[in-house]
Every structure is written in structure tokens, then in C-alpha cells.
Design a binder for this molecule. Structure first.
Ligand SMILES: [Zn+2]
Length: 433
């Protein structure tokens, strides 16, 4: 079995928790005494470093939000001086100012190391050729995976995004064994390859996909794996945590959150109370070792659940299940919470439906109206109108059963919906236009 840091990855749970407590205490002391922002936050919450005496005491600390980063734009809460910074990444916010993340050399080392552990857990190492098709630049995906793959001794193709036919040629000519990109871009690459007469499954060396930066479903994994003949692994992260940080292992049962680098809680969204293993709530992360931009109890806004038992792979670090949605992505349709990931999951259970869909939400009078456009798969194509009506009715019924809300379905021709090179934009909400 490939393993980057066996001593740390297989550290007995008790030792890991002791280490986490020490790191947390150190972090809280440092920030309380040396950072005006965190000092003020802790004072307002009436918490002092002396109150942190067990790992569970983390829940005495106040939360942080994305707005804290925006309000302190560009570097108001950094805890490292410019002399100690070695890199910036900037993420464009959909609203308001972007957020800036700074890194010291140690921050970059830890980030890269977390990816080295993750990529090794997916069976990659020396001799592998990793085609990195995340955007290079201010976005963290490209450079993050690039250095992570280099650290484990793999050869990297820094392909970035776009020029998809060339991506397929490079994959074939340079014998790429792994690809790192968004799930929607991999679908696009697969389709372009087919148009070029190339089967990724039969005509390339590709065997691993490291897919992330947007939520995707377990059903989508099955389809991608069967279609392209690869193992598809989920990877997770966001620039505030450093970038892509945590990936699945060979067990494909949730991604390992490296406990020496991050402390994860899953909380009830309303009450903020901690939830037990397997219970779904909002993920909150404390970065235990970040120097330039420490994050304490950061509410990322992703919905998931946590597993605390030892993974089938033997690693002791907690696992977080596939993110099922973002608090921000949640649509409220006639008072009912709907996540686009639920729509994807349901559609992928229907063979007559292709891999692409689009959700359009509008308001008709005072009522919310949700339309789901879905591409028909080759199995679903028919000249007979009755067949198509039957497929549409099936899709409508299944979506209604899952979402508890009536949805209108429109079947469209294969290839007619937009394709995405980076993160997909599958939801058009016209209610606020
Ligand atoms: Zn594992």
C-alpha cells in the first residue's frame, strides 16, 4: 500500500487527539496574545486560553465566517508579516470583495504534505504521470495539486484548463495515469475524446481521477468509473484552509481530514450543537498549524457528516463524507429545501438520462417554479413520442419522491446543455433578477 507518512497517518487515535489538544492550546494562546483580531473575538465571547483544557473545549471558541475575511480585506487578520509570506492566493467572491489568503513557507509545506498523503492514499507515487487540469494561477487547485503530485515523485503535466482536444492528445501521448480536475470537466474531456474517436477506457493509460472543487454524487462516481475505466476519488478543500487539502483513500468512503493539521466538527446548523458520527450537519474547521492565516471554527458552509471509526485502510484520522451541498447552494422552493446534489443523485439513477442537467428556478405569480432540463442518454433516445413522455414522467416522479416538491422536466438532445471547463454552473435562479 502506498503511504506518504505512515507514522502520522497511522498514529493511534489517543495520541492523535492528545496532539490535537496541544496544537489547539498553543494556537489559542498565540492568537490571544499576539493577534488583535482574535484577542478581541475571544474577549467578546468571554473565553480565555485558560478555558481550553480538553479537545472538546474547542466549542467554547467563537465561529469565523467568510465575511471576516472580506471585512479585513486584504490582509487585516494575517498573523505573519510580509517578510514571512511566500505566496498569495485570491479567490473571487460571487458577491463583494475577493478573499486573500497568504502563506508562509511552513503553510505551503503543510498544504503540500496533506496532498502528498492524499495522493499516496489513492495509490499514486513515483512512475505516475498526473495531468493537472485545475486552473493555475490565483485559484488554489492547479498549484496545490501540482506541488502535491511532485512531492510524491510523480511526473506532472501542468495542463491547466481548456484546449480540451490538446488535453486528450497529451493524456494519450504522455501516458497520463491520473487526472486532477472538476468532475464536470472530466465529463467534458471524456465526450471530446469520444468525438476524436478515442476511448479513455481503452486507448489511454488513465486509471485515477482526483475530482473536486464542486459537489458530485456517488451515482456520478459509478458512472464515471464505468465509462472511463478509472477509480474516481473525491478531494476537498477551499482556499481559506489553504486549497484542496483532504482526499479519499483506496476505501473511497469519505475523505481523511489530517488531524494534525485540522480539527473538524460537524454541527447542527440551527443550534450549533455537535452531531454524532453519520449525522448530517454543517462542517466547521479549525486549522491547527497555519501561520499566516489561522482559521478557528471556520463555518465553510458545506453540509456533510463525519465518521470517527478507523478507516478500512487503517488510517486513524477522521473521515468526512462526501459533501452533499453547500448552505449557499440550497434552493428554497415553495418553502422546501432543495440541494442541486439531490437532483444529480436522482437523475443518475435513471439510465435514459445523460450526464448533464440544468436547473432553472423562476417565480410564476407568487409561486416558485422549478424546471429541470436533462439530456437524454443514448439509451433514452427514441423516435416515438410515447417513449419520451414515459421517460419524462419517470424523471418527474422520481424527482418529486426525492425532493418532496413538484418539478417540471424538459428532455433535451444530448450535447445541447452547456459544458464547463472549471466549476459547473448548473443552477439558474431567475427569482432575484
Ligand atoms: Zn482510509
Amino acid at each position: 500500500m502506498q503511504c506518504w507518512d505512515p507514522r502520522m497517518e497511522f498514529l493511534p487515535r489517543e495520541d492523535l487527539e492528545r496532539l490535537q489538544y496541544r496544537l489547539l492550546k498553543l494556537l489559542v494562546c498565540r492568537l490571544y496574545h499576539f493577534s488583535p483580531f482574535y484577542h478581541h473575538r475571544m474577549e467578546s465571547a468571554r473565553v480565555h486560553p485558560d478555558d481550553i483544557n480538553t479537545l472538546d473545549d474547542v466549542n467554547k471558541l467563537p465561529f469565523m465566517y467568510k465575511s471576516d475575511l472580506r471585512d479585513s480585506y486584504p490582509d487585516g487578520i494575517f498573523t505573519a508579516t510580509t517578510e514571512d509570506l511566500v505566496r498569495y492566493h485570491v479567490s473571487s467572491g460571487t458577491t463583494g470583495k475577493p478573499t486573500v489568503v497568504g502563506y508562509t513557507a511552513a503553510d505551503l509545506h503543510n498544504w503540500t504534505d496533506s496532498l502528498a498523503r492524499g495522493l499516496s492514499s489513492c495509490g499514486l507515487g513515483r512512475g505516475d504521470v498526473v495531468q493537472v487540469c485545475y486552473g493555475y494561477g490565483l485559484f488554489t487547485g492547479g498549484l496545490g495539486l501540482h506541488y502535491g503530485a511532485e512531492r510524491i515523485g510523480a511526473a506532472v503535466i501542468p495542463a491547466s484548463v481548456g484546449n480540451t482536444e490538446r488535453q486528450v492528445e497529451m493524456m494519450q501521448d504522455l501516458k497520463a495515469t491520473a487526472i486532477a480536475c472538476t468532475p464536470s470537466y472530466l465529463l467534458h474531456i471524456g465526450e471530446v475524446a469520444e468525438r476524436m474517436g478515442i476511448s479513455i477506457k481503452n486507448d489511454t493509460s488513465l486509471r485515477v481521477g482526483i475530482l473536486g472543487a464542486e459537489p458530485w454524487s456517488e451515482r456520478m462516481r459509478t458512472r464515471v468509473q464505468d465509462w472511463l475505466g478509472i477509480k474516481a476519488y473525491d478531494i476537498y478543500g477551499t482556499s481559506e484552509l489553504s486549497g484542496p487539502m483532504f482526499s479519499e483513500c483506496s476505501a473511497q468512503e469519505g475523505f481523511h481530514v489530517w488531524g494534525d493539521l485540522a480539527l473538524v466538527e460537524v454541527l447542527d446548523r440551527e443550534s450549533g450543537e455537535p452531531l454524532g458520527p453519520g449525522e448530517e450537519g454543517e462542517m466547521v474547521v479549525t486549522m491547527l498549524q497555519k501561520e499566516a492565516l489561522p482559521m478557528i471554527r471556520y463555518r465553510i458552509g458545506d453540509i456533510t457528516s463525519m465518521e470517527t471509526d478507523v478507516c478500512p485502510c487503517g488510517r486513524t484520522h477522521p473521515r468526512v463524507r462526501r459533501v452533499t451541498g453547500r448552505v449557499d447552494d440550497m434552493l428554497i422552493i415553495r418553502g422546501i429545501n432543495v440541494f442541486p446534489s439531490q437532483v444529480e443523485y436522482t437523475l443518475m439513477t435513471i439510465p435514459e438520462v445523460g450526464r448533464h442537467f440544468q436547473i432553472v428556478v423562476d417565480r410564476k405569480g407568487s409561486l416558485d417554479d422549478m424546471l429541470v432540463r436533462v439530456e437524454v442518454s443514448p439509451e433514452g433516445i427514441s423516435d416515438r413520442i410515447q417513449d419520451l413522455i414515459k421517460v419524462r414522467n419517470t424523471v418527474e416522479q422520481k424527482l418529486k419522491n426525492t425532493l418532496n416538491v413538484t418539478v417540471e422536466v424538459e428532455l433535451v438532445e444530448p450535447g445541447s446543455l452547456p459544458r464547463f471547463e472549471g466549476k459547473s454552473k448548473r443552477v439558474i435562479d431567475r427569482r432575484n433578477l
